[in-house]
Structures are given as structure tokens and as C-alpha cells.
Design a protein around this ligand. Structure first.
Ligand SMILES: Nc1ncnc2c1ncn2[C@@H]1O[C@H](COP(=O)(O)OP(=O)(O)OP(=O)(O)O)[C@@H](O)[C@H]1O
Length: 302
């Protein structure tokens, strides 16, 4: 009836139907009806291909809330699109991916009805976003051992191994892994070395392992946690590094950690990167900086 309807808030629900094991299909009706009951007019957008969510987010300013349903890759695309559209719409997240690393850090449950509750009742929490050249990451940019597998492991194998997939594959690859001679310029200085692994993260959980590198992340302090692993010189070194990872006790001779809000990574070689577990491109040089508190995400945490 004309004039009688109250103004409903607008919600964009972006769903990656291929994410994880496709479990979202069983919950769609529940999600849409609960969001509608909470007073939202819901627009549902199932993604059809890579970067589809980035494209759709060009409309983000037209909505009061965007709910992303998928894995880390989908959340990355939604946040990338939000920043590219220069929008500030709050984001809620229903994790349905394979590892859902960032959901663990955010305290968002992997149980879909519980995550849905947070979309309705969650508190807005500001989080830092990483800018990586012209791209963005929500929780990790990494190169070297452990990371190739993030996008090279076939999905059925990822599903089979679950959260341990990247770590196991990475450990198996370690003895033959390539190292990169890098110059890293950060807030407090310059370091140079031969590294098999580098990780710039804003998360308690990487590769499905909580606190895999012993760091406690503050998601809105404007700082990244950086972890670098030096190239082992011999088999004994390799054994010590593996042991370090199993015991989460790190020897500073091999494992370098620090915090920074910006850094440049330069190498004479091509370095293959991953961003939030997806292909991050092959680069010789990249500028990385923290966009402090750039995105409001609905979460239990404050
Ligand atoms: N319809 C689609 N078909 C194929 N790929 C898609 C489709 N929609 C989105 N994608 C892409 O799938 C990739 C992986 O998605 P996502 O991260 O959401 O799931 P996942 O890999 O199962 O989860 P996780 O990253 O947590 O392991 C993303 O890069 C996304 O762009």
C-alpha cells in the first residue's frame, strides 16, 4: 500500500556457491528469511566467477549492510570492491570456505545459523586492511614455502585435508623449496637476506592453524605481524625449522619477526605471492601498507 510501508534497510547478500563444500545451499532460505525478519530488504547475488564480487561491490554505497558468504577469497573480493568503490558500508560474514582463517581471528563461528545471528546482532569492529600494490588483503600476504599450495592444491584435496592442507603440503615441499634474496625496507630499518618464506599478516590464524607463528594480532592497531624464515643451510637446519613449527618455539637465527605499518619487499628474482590464500601475482618489488581501521566488520569482538 502506497505510503504505509516503513523504510526498510537494504542488504546485499553476496554468495559464492562454489565455496567450501557448497553447504550454503541448505541454509539459503533460513538466511534470507531471518535477514528479512530483522528488517532488511535483501538482494541476493550469487557470484559466477572470480572478481565477480569485486564488480558487484561497486554498488556497495546503495546498501546499509553487505553480507559476504564464502571463504577467505570471497571476503577478500568483497572488501577489495568496498575500498575500490570508496564505500564504508559495514560488512558481515558467513564463512563457508575450506579454511576460513580470518573468521577464526574475527571470532565468527563456522556454524552458519550462529554466524547469521552475528549478521543481525553483531557489533561493528574496525579492522585494518593491507594494501599490496594496487590490491588488498584482509589477513595475509605471503611468499615461499607453505603458500604455493594455497592455490595449487586441488579443491578436493583441500576439502579432504581441511585446515591442515596448506601446512602439510608446505612441509612436504620444504626440503626442495626455493629461497629468495630479498631486501625488506620497513618502518624501523632495512633487512636483507635469503628467505624461504615471508608472511605479512593481520590474523591469529594462518593456513588453518591458530597462532601458527606464535603472534597475537591486534586487528586495528595499524600494524602487520611480519614473519620471515631464513633459508636453511643444511639438513640439520631444516630439521630445526620443522621442529620449531611443531613446537611453536622459534629460533631467531631462522625465524625473524617484527611489526610494521608499511614495508617494501624487493628481490632480483620473481617472487610468487599469495593474498588471503589466493594467487597474488609474481613480482620483483611491492609496496605494502596498512590501511588502519578501514573496514567495519560485524563480530562478537569490539
Ligand atoms: N561461481 C564461481 N565459480 C568459480 N569460482 C568462483 C565463483 N564465485 C567465486 N569464485 C572464486 O572462488 C575463489 C575461492 O573462493 P572462496 O575463498 O570463497 O572459497 P574456498 O576456496 O572454498 O574457501 P577458503 O578460501 O576459505 O579456503 C575466489 O577467488 C572467488 O573469486
Amino acid at each position: 500500500m502506497k505510503g504505509s510501508a516503513s523504510v526498510r534497510k537494504k542488504l546485499l547478500l553476496i554468495i559464492n556457491p562454489t565455496s567450501g563444500r557448497g553447504i550454503i545451499k541448505d541454509y539459503l532460505l533460513l538466511i534470507i528469511s531471518q535477514l528479512s525478519l530483522a528488517g532488511y530488504e535483501v538482494v541476493v547475488y550469487p557470484t559466477k566467477a572470480k572478481y565477480d564480487a569485486v564488480e558487484k561491490m561497486k554498488e556497495a554505497r546503495n546498501y546499509d549492510l553487505v553480507v559476504a558468504s564464502g571463504g577467505d577469497g570471497t571476503l577478500n573480493e568483497v572488501i577489495t570492491g568496498l575500498i575500490q568503490a570508496n564505500a564504508n558500508t559495514p560488512i558481515a560474514y558467513i564463512p563457508t570456505g575450506t579454511t576460513n582463517d580470518f573468521a577464526t581471528t574475527l571470532g565468527i563461528p563456522k556454524n552458519i545459523p550462529k554466524a547469521l545471528d552475528l549478521c543481525i546482532q553483531g557489533k561493528q569492529m574496525p579492522i585494518d586492511i593491507g594494501q599490496f600494490g594496487s590490491r588488498y588483503f584482509t589477513y595475509v600476504a605471503a611468499f615461499g614455502a607453505f603458500t604455493d599450495v594455497a592455490y595449487e592444491t586441488p579443491q578436493p584435496r583441500k576439502n579432504m585435508l581441511g585446515g591442515l592442507a596448506y601446512l602439510i603440503e608446505g612441509l612436504l615441499k620444504l626440503p626442495t623449496i626455493q629461497s629468495y634474496k630479498c631486501k625488506i625496507t620497513h618502518r624501523d630499518g632495512v633487512i636483507e637476506g635469503d628467505y624461504i618464506f615471508g608472511m605479512i599478516s593481520n590474523s591469529d590464524s594462518v593456513a588453518g592453524i591458530k597462532n601458527a607463528f606464535g603472534n597475537q594480532a591486534d586487528l586495528s592497531d595499524g600494524l602487520f605481524e611480519v614473519t620471515l624464515i631464513r633459508a636453511p643451510k643444511n639438513l640439520i637446519d631444516i630439521h630445526r625449522i620443522l621442529n620449531d613449527f611443531l613446537n611453536t618455539q622459534y629460533d631467531s637465527e631462522y625465524v625473524v619477526t617484527f611489526k610494521t605499518d608499511r614495508m617494501t619487499v624487493e628481490s632480483e628474482q620473481d617472487v610468487k605471492w599469495t593474498l588471503d590464500g589466493e594467487d597474488g601475482g609474481i613480482l620483483k618489488s611491492v609496496n605494502i601498507r596498512s590501511l588502519q581501521r578501514r573496514v567495519q566488520i560485524l563480530s562478537l569482538k569490539m
